[in-house]
Design a binder for this molecule. Structure first.
Ligand SMILES: Cc1cc2nc3c(=O)[nH]c(=O)nc-3n(C[C@H](O)[C@H](O)[C@H](O)COP(=O)(O)OP(=O)(O)OC[C@H]3O[C@@H](n4cnc5c(N)ncnc54)[C@H](O)[C@@H]3O)c2cc1C
Length: 166
């Protein structure tokens, strides 16, 4: 887990060696949709109204672990090519998630919740426009894409409102 600066006699020497001379690389990968990773209703936990609470089931897939390993290898190459004297690898996967894809869009109602226009397959006048309709993570921050989807779907609703609301 990295290599902390030691306390005691060597502290100042090690601190001076590192401060202002370090660079950090973070590996972000696109965690592919896995059927086993899902949200279900908890069998025990309920809210104050007795409604079952959501339960998140998530495991790192082999594919995700391999992509992370690949990214770390490339990062080490990059650091060495840049002249790094020492490369420290922190192998810990950090729990930094964007929770998306729980009502994914798609044409097949068996495998998706909404259409490509965010319209529920089951309830025709229900539109969902947020991170839940993503089909993949995209390996990056989602908010700009959520906003783009909101504009696109709002235009669609506006253009087709007579048919949608009848
Ligand atoms: C700490 C942090 C930092 C982040 N930084 C970034 C970043 O730098 N860049 C980026 O792109 N993304 C970032 N994200 C992710 C981004 O904020 C989310 O992906 C995005 O806000 C999700 O939008 P959403 O509309 O799907 O959900 P939300 O923004 O979560 O909106 C859901 C809304 O529904 C409301 N709601 C929930 N239940 C009910 C209910 N029963 N009735 C009525 N309303 C309800 C909630 O109050 C909320 O307003 C960050 C997230 C976190 C937590």
């Amino acid at each position: 887990m990295g290599k902390p600066v030691p306390w005691g006699r060597d502290h100042h020497r090690e601190f001076s060696r590192r401060i202002g001379k370090q660079a950090t690389l973070l590996i972000l990968v696109d965690d592919l949709p896995e059927q086993e990773n899902r949200v279900v209703l908890d069998s025990d936990l309920t809210d104050s109204n007795g409604i079952p609470a959501p339960k998140l089931i998530y495991r790192y897939s082999e594919n995700t672990k391999k992509m992370l390993d690949f990214g770390v290898e490339r990062a080490v190459e990059l650091m060495k090519a840049a002249g790094a004297e020492e490369v420290l690898i922190n192998p810990r996967i950090r729990e930094v998630f964007h929770l998306i894809g729980t009502a994914r869009m798609g044409l097949n109602r068996e495998t998706s919740v909404v259409s490509q226009w965010g319209q529920s397959h089951d309830i025709s006048n229900l539109f969902i426009i947020d991170g839940s309709i993503f089909v993949t993570g995209g390996a990056a921050n989602p908010t700009s894409t959520i906003q783009a989807l909101a504009l696109r779907i709002a235009d669609h609703i506006d253009r087709n409102r007579r048919n949608i609301l009848k």
